[in-house]
Ligand binder design. Sequence first.
Ligand SMILES: [Zn+2]
Length: 66
Amino acid sequence: MKCNNCGANLPNNSQFCSVCGAKVDSETRWDEKEEKSFLKFIKKIIFLPITVLNLIWILLHFQDKA
Ligand SMILES: [Zn+2]
């Protein structure tokens, strides 16, 4: 990643520029937010069918007992 203030090359996940001392974490945090919302989206897609299948299985199970 690059420092927004002076353009120095910085290691990823650094919060402050080691050259000019400027805060550089805002962009990283935005990326993390994007990544988290993307993961939430993926989890919804994966877990929703599993939840529905579980409900169907439970319904069938109770029907067998009755
Ligand atoms: Zn800098």
